[in-house]
Design a protein around this ligand. Structure first.
Ligand code: CDP
Length: 566
């Protein structure tokens, strides 16, 4: 890739349809980078021109890719949020409460934010609805109302926003939730995840009774006992058949949360990489590892670690500034987000970087390398945020001793902990690995996030601004570079997602999770031949590895937007 151009058809399409602003005012991608750099430098109290120039240098050549909302919205007059995703407020269990929550979701999606909701607060189907003497229809019935809202908002030309719904594993409607997407064409705008507790995993392993209960306090209490192993089996069979629901290990999420002392989490953003409290949001950005590799495919291929780590503080500063310049759909979101200043710096292009270095994605050497890179990024990001705190102040909800007691923080190097103790820290959380579905295409179809390459060549369907489908053939970035240099065949370390054993997917997710304070968007692609027992074992292994969630996909389970060509 040359440093200023868009070398592929897909990159040009994505840029012109999603990210280019103002037509001829933005003649090429360098003008887009300039717009973003200038807009985010406005949050600086002084030296804005110098900051804009530094921001530009990490954007240039796709070294750092801010989340798609930043690229689309920063520096434009549009009243849009620059945060990719939100978790909404708790849904109050009343008709006015439910429709207030629906309205809040609608205005958030109108501005381009994806939304996550915990539906566990709604009473189960069959309980009395006291005021009018009716019978409650249950959370799943209300999710259909959200689905219709989302379809309608999209038809207005807003970004194709995603939604996430969670339900606790002890909610009396859990079976209905598990079965909710078993029919095609139902709740298509939702990803579903069950909030699974450690107690439930133990009960399922033992085949013990499991109590479903709502609410915690009378008068309208419903309780029912099921067998935990049977409920787990039902969940696994639904997921085996239709790839949903996924599973969130909610106790691990709360245990590992840096803000364990001031918030409880019960929902995540739509693709799962950011567990968030009510009205929380996360601004995402990814370091593109492929842009830091020199002499690819040769024996002297290497990652320029110095340049990568020099980009980290700039990336953190950019993301921190996003919080100040972004518009927020709801005042409650602005207040919540600015009190904690979560940012989600991640990586993309991991699989392509491995191919360029000659490392097989499924090997121990690849996991070791990736984990080492992520550890360095993590420490550099924390150092950067403590320096920002010294300069601009710590986040409002920072409480020194409680923060330092968190398990993720306890594992950081001494110099970082000392700096936190002295200066505080600007951002409660620093790291998350996003799917980078669109921004990776902009960067020339580098492999997404930490996913293995899906296929050397694939048909991609993309939607234009009017929702019309366009099909484009895209070639993986590393494969394209290889063919430019070496011609026909595939690079030696090339491996596609379906050819990897499940342990390779889980192993990579676990190797990186150790250095990510939030979470990782990862879909474990299983081969079509995978049987049910191995499928269910994948989820148990994910729990045992201390992962925060697990999403598994089998080729025949559901139709995706990608179809392999090679
Ligand atoms: O590539 P881009 O920055 O646009 O987004 P991504 O990394 O693929 O997705 C990041 C997050 O944006 C997801 O986890 C969702 O919360 C949200 N998202 C959404 O709401 N709607 C979409 N169509 C895509 C992403």
């Amino acid at each position: 890739m040359n440093n200023t151009g868009l070398d592929t058809e897909i990159a040009r399409l994505v840029w012109s349809q999603r990210y280019r602003h103002g037509g001829s005012a933005e003649p090429d991608i360098t003008a887009t980078w300039r717009r973003i750099a200038n807009a985010l430098a406005q949050a600086e109290p002084s030296g804005r021109d110098e900051w804009a120039a530094r921001f530009y240098r990490v954007l240039e050549g796709f070294h750092f890719l801010p989340g798609g909302r930043v690229i689309a919205g920063a520096g434009t007059p549009r009243r849009v949020t620059l945060l990719n995703c939100f978790v909404m407020g708790g849904i109050e269990d009343s008709i006015p409460g439910i429709f207030r929550a629906l309205q809040e979701g609608a205005v958030t999606m109108q501005e381009g934010g994806g939304v996550g909701y915990d539906f566990s607060t709604l009473r189960p189907r069959g309980l009395p609805a006291s005021i009018a003497g009716n019978i409650a229809s249950g959370p799943v019935s209300f999710m259909a109302v959200w689905d219709a809202m989302c379809a309608t908002i999209q038809s207005t030309g807003a970004r194709r926003g995603a939604m996430m719904a969670t339900l606790r594993c002890d909610h009396p409607d859990i079976e209905a939730f598990i079965a909710a997407k078993s029919q095609p064409g139902v709740l298509t705008h939702f990803n579903l995840s069950v909030l699974v507790t450690d107690a439930f995993m133990r009960a399922a392993a033992e085949g013990a009774p499991w109590r479903l209960i709502f609410p915690a306090t009378p008068p309208h209490r419903m309780t029912r006992e099921v067998n935990a192993a049977e409920l787990w089996d039902r969940l696994m069979r639904a997921s085996f058949a239709s790839a949903e629901p996924g599973v969130l290990f909610i106790d691990q999420i709360n245990r590992m949360n840096n803000l364990h002392y001031c918030e409880r989490i019960s929902a995540v953003n739509p693709c799962g990489e950011v567990p968030l409290p009510h009205y929380g949001g996360c601004d995402l950005g990814s370091l593109n590892l492929t842009a830091f590799i020199s002499a690819p495919f040769s024996p002297s291929a290497r990652l320029d670690m110095e340049a990568l780590l020099a980009a980290v503080p700039i990336a953190v500063r950019i993301l921190d500034n996003v919080l100040d310049v972004s518009h927020f759909p709801l005042p409650a979101q602005a207040q919540e987000v600015r009190a904690k200043r979560r940012v989600g710096l991640g990586i993309t292009g991991l699989a392509d970087a491995l191919i360029m270095l000659g490392l097989d994605y499924g090997s121990e050497a690849a996991r070791h390398w990736a984990s080492g890179v992520m550890r360095e990024i993590c420490h550099a990001a924390y150092r950067a945020s403590t320096a920002l705190a010294a300069e601009k102040g710590a986040f409002l909800a920072f409480s020194r001793d409680a923060y330092l007691a968190g398990p993720f923080i306890r594992a950081l190097p001494d110099d970082v902990r000392d700096a936190i103790a002295t200066h505080g820290i600007r951002n409660s959380h620093l790291l998350a690995i996003a799917p980078t579905g669109t921004i990776s295409l902009l960067a020339g179809n580098v492999s997404s996030g930490i996913e293995p390459v899906f296929a050397a060549e694939a048909d991609r369907m993309i939607l234009d601004a009017f929702g019309a489908q366009q099909h484009v053939t895209v070639m993986d970035h590393a494969v394209r570079l290889w063919r430019q240099e070496q011609g026909g065949r595939l690079p030696p370390a090339f491996v596609d997602a379906g050819a990897l054993p499940v342990q390779a997917h889980l192993g990579m997710q676990a190797a990186l999770q150790a250095h990510v304070d939030q979470s990782i968007a990862k879909t474990i692609n299983l081969p079509a031949t995978c049987g049910f027992a191995d499928f269910a074992d994948t989820f148990r292994a994910a729990h045992a590895l201390g992962l925060k969630g697990c999403t598994v996909f089998r080729p025949q389970a559901a139709a995706g937007v990608l179809s392999a060509r090679a």
